[in-house]
Ligand binder design. Sequence first.
Ligand SMILES: [Zn+2]
Length: 142
Amino acid sequence: MNKLSKISIRKLADNIAARSTSNGTRLDPDAFYENLWETTRRCIFCSKPSYVFGILDPSGHSDPVLRSGLAKGQARFLFYGLCVKCYQEEDAFERVEDKIADDSLEEANFRAELDAAGATYTKETASDGTDWICISHPGAVA
Ligand SMILES: [Zn+2]
C-alpha cells in the first residue's frame, strides 16, 4: 500500500509503462498515468478522496471474472483507491476483490444488454437534439 499522491501515481505509471505491454503494444505512459489517476483517486467503496492506492493481482484463487480474457502466461493488475475510513476496516482487502469482480460482471452484463439492444456508439446527436440514447433496462428505475 502506498499513500496516494499525483507524484507517486505518476512514478508508478512510468515504471509500469516502461516494463509492460498490453496485448503486445507498449503502454503510453501519459495515457496510462491519466487512467491510473482517474481509477484510484476516489475510494472504490464510497467515492471519497483516496488515501492509499492498492494493486490487486488476481491469483488462481480469485473470482474467474477477474481473469477472463487472459491467455496463459498473461497477468492482469487491477488498481484501486481506498479512503482513510475504508482502509481501516478489517475486511477491506477481501471486499476489494469482491467489489471489483461484481463491478466487472455488472459491466459485462450491461455491455451484453447494449449489444443485444443493438446500441451503437456515435458522435452524432440524436434527432431530438439529445446526446444520449436511452434504452430500457430491466434494472432501471423509470
Ligand atoms: Zn471509502
